[in-house]
Design a protein around this ligand. Structure first.
Ligand SMILES: Nc1ncnc2c1ncn2[C@@H]1O[C@H](COP(=O)(O)OP(=O)(O)OP(=O)(O)O)[C@@H](O)[C@H]1O
Ligand SMILES: [Mg+2]
Length: 386
């Protein structure tokens, strides 16, 4: 090999290789752990963000291709390992910072608040034979976020996962159909009546890169409306067919909390939706969530996993204070035979981010809670890719 072939030159060439999910250079994401130039070949150690990352073959072949172009490199040996939780958190945070530095198109400013009287959803003529998103062949991963009980942080979790997935470069929509409390407009800092485009489709709000459609577009948040099953089903159908979603990689749904008919309604209308279950560590919350999940599982839906929210408060000395109990999320995940996707700490900044219209993954990406949300977002991205 020529003398000029240095490890620094190899690392430089690896800058052109991107992680296919995070869409940033593997060097900037700290995935390159080591480079060694030997007499007849180059060794490259790379740490993947998740075990069994379905895209590892692509990373490996991209590395070989990039280094194949470097003069003097004859053979490349790629060794793959897996990051631990802390390393993964740092990789995501690096990805976030890189995206902050080169932001996509700035979201439009929120529309001015206007008093609204109307409570019915406009009836819009159908132009397509059937909504593409409802076809099982849709490339969009549709993920319903559900909980057994209200108030466990389902909307907060949904908002943060949507914002994180969008920031990681995926086209993301959020459908807020929690009829008991549609709060996504507030969590994303948007309001105002929806616009209808030339095809007579509802144009989603857009905030933090997320296309958002909410009941709150049609009904003020403080107006108590109780929608019964058939009404909800109709509305959801309209949100699929009459909204100009454009192309989406992910569509998250903030579902109403509940144990029975609502979950089944979703299962029937969107067979191919998979679900994420949110609970607190409290036994009572997990029992109700388990009932909701059983209904969904019986209907043949995939449950991607459990998010335990408000799991603990991190004390100044680093201890975990488990004010809402312990182990509920883990037990629920075990009973359903699904993974525990993450344990989100109770942090004032989570609520402040929500109240300020900027989910914590964006307002404070270095916080522990944001790290957990980012980790979960990546697992959902990996699940879609597999
Ligand atoms: N990890 C957290 N740390 C601090 N506050 C949180 C956390 N998760 C949620 N909250 C706060 O708890 C409250 C309830 O959360 P949220 O509205 O997301 O719950 P929900 O399950 O959607 O409730 P609902 O059933 O009313 O729709 C909100 O004020 C939210 O900001
Ligand atoms: Mg909610």
């Amino acid at each position: 090999m020529p003398e000029v072939l240095t490890e620094a030159a190899i690392v430089d060439s690896l800058r052109s290789v991107q992680d296919p999910e995070l869409r940033q250079s593997i060097v900037d994401l700290h995935m390159v752990r080591g480079v060694h130039v030997n007499a007849d070949h180059v060794d490259v150690d790379v740490a993947l963000t998740v075990a069994g990352c379905p895209l590892h073959q692509r990373i490996e072949s991209d590395i070989k291709e990039a280094l194949g172009r470097v003069e003097g490199v004859e053979a490349v040996n790629v060794k793959l390992s897996v990051m631990n939780d802390e390393e993964r958190r740092q990789a995501f945070q690096a990805a976030f910072r890189l995206r902050e530095a080169t932001p996509a198109a700035a979201p439009p400013p929120p529309a001015a608040a206007r008093p609204r009287e109307r409570v019915e959803i406009p009836v819009i003529p159908r132009t397509a034979p059937g909504p593409a998103l409802l076809q099982p062949s849709t490339p969009t991963a549709i993920i319903g976020v559900m909980s057994g009980k209200g108030g466990v942080g389902k909307s907060t979790v949904t908002a943060n996962l949507a914002a994180a997935i969008a920031r990681l470069g995926h086209r993301t929509g959020l459908m807020d159909i929690d009829v008991y409390g549609f709060s996504q407009g507030r969590l994303f800092g948007v309001r105002g009546e929806p616009r209808v485009n030339e095809d007579e489709k509802i144009v989603p709000w857009e905030s933090h890169g997320v296309r958002l459609v909410s009941m709150g577009m049609f009904v003020p948040e403080d107006q108590a409306v109780v929608w019964r099953g058939p009404m909800l089903g109709k509305m959801m159908q309209q949100f699929f067919s009459d909204v100009a979603w454009g192309e989406l990689d992910f569509l998250l749904m903030d579902l109403p909390p509940g144990t029975g008919d609502l979950a089944l309604d979703v299962a029937q209308k969107v067979h191919h939706a998979s679900l994420v279950l949110v609970t607190t560590p409290q036994a009572v919350a997990t029992h109700v969530a388990a009932r909701a999940a059983n209904v969904a599982q019986r209907a043949g839906q995939t449950i991607l996993g459990v998010v335990e929210n408000m799991s603990f408060v991190r004390c100044p000395h680093g201890d975990r204070l488990e004010i809402f109990g312990h182990g509920g999320g883990e037990e629920l995940a075990r009973s359903l035979k699904v993974p525990l996707l993450g344990q989100v700490p109770l942090e004032a900044a989570v609520r402040e981010g929500a109240d300020g219209g900027r989910p914590i993954v964006l307002s404070d990406p270095d916080s522990e809670a944001a790290g957990v949300f980012l980790n979960i977002a990546n697992r959902l991205i990996a699940a879609r890719a597999s």
